[in-house]
Ligand binder design. Structure first.
Ligand code: VGL
Ligand code: ZN
Length: 209
């Protein structure tokens, strides 16, 4: 079978960059590198975290709770975040430095009020698919290179679900940045490796082309 690879760029949005509502340290640094990587791929998918204002992941929607607390929801534990990536706002927009005009799909996720979705494939109830696996399969894509924000949340969940969905998966570590909440970055690395995700560096990817 022919191997065809796509690049997934996760949540490169203003709110995840310094000055944004849920800033990831160094989040603004990786756009130029990701633009360079994207030139090696015919198929590029961008994801956008895209929440309604009443989203269940926002601390402000849970009286008495604070940002970064964890609560129990019907589908399991949920970290509460500052309100971020509210659909249609400037904070939810892709960062202006992203320059990938040939990206074929912008996939929005996390748009159901009562379910979060770190993963680009499956929402946090672990039952509601976004349609991304079908899109990729229909285009005969078997390999995925994943980069973006945040390494320890949306990149991690997307990568693990991608392996589950049957893709061969690499995370390009230097083209990611992490939130690093209570060791979540190291935990994410170990969990991804356990799940069969390969960690790589942009240099290795660029050299192999
Ligand atoms: C993300 C926390 C909440 C991410 C999204 O893109 O990693 N993290 N929503
Ligand atoms: Zn979110």
């Amino acid at each position: 079978m022919q191997k065809k690879a796509a690049l997934l760029v996760i949540d490169l949005q203003n709110d995840f960059c310094p000055g944004g509502a849920l800033a990831v340290p160094g989040g603004d640094e990786i756009a130029p590198l990701i633009n360079s990587l994207a030139r090696y791929f015919d198929d590029v998918v961008l994801t956008q975290d895209w929440h309604p204002a009443d989203h269940t992941s926002f601390a402000a929607n849970h009286p008495g709770k604070a940002a970064f607390d964890t609560i129990q929801l019907p589908y399991g534990p949920q970290v509460l975040w500052p309100a971020h990536c509210v659909m249609g706002t400037l904070g939810a927009a892709l960062v202006p430095g992203l320059d990938i005009p040939h990206a074929g799909l912008i996939l929005r996720k996390g748009s159901h009020s009562s379910i979060d979705s770190y993963s680009g494939f499956l929402e946090a109830d672990r039952a509601t698919p976004t349609g991304l696996a079908g899109y990729l399969r229909e285009r005969s894509i078997t390999q995925l290179y994943i980069c973006g924000l945040a390494f320890d949340f949306c990149v991690r969940w997307t990568a693990e679900d991608a392996v589950q969905a049957g893709f061969e998966v690499w995370v390009v570590e230097d083209a990611c940045r992490a939130i690093d909440l209570q060791g979540s970055s190291a935990k994410a690395r170990a969990a991804m490796q356990n799940a069969g995700v390969k960690l790589t560096k942009s240099q290795d990817l660029l050299q192999s082309h």
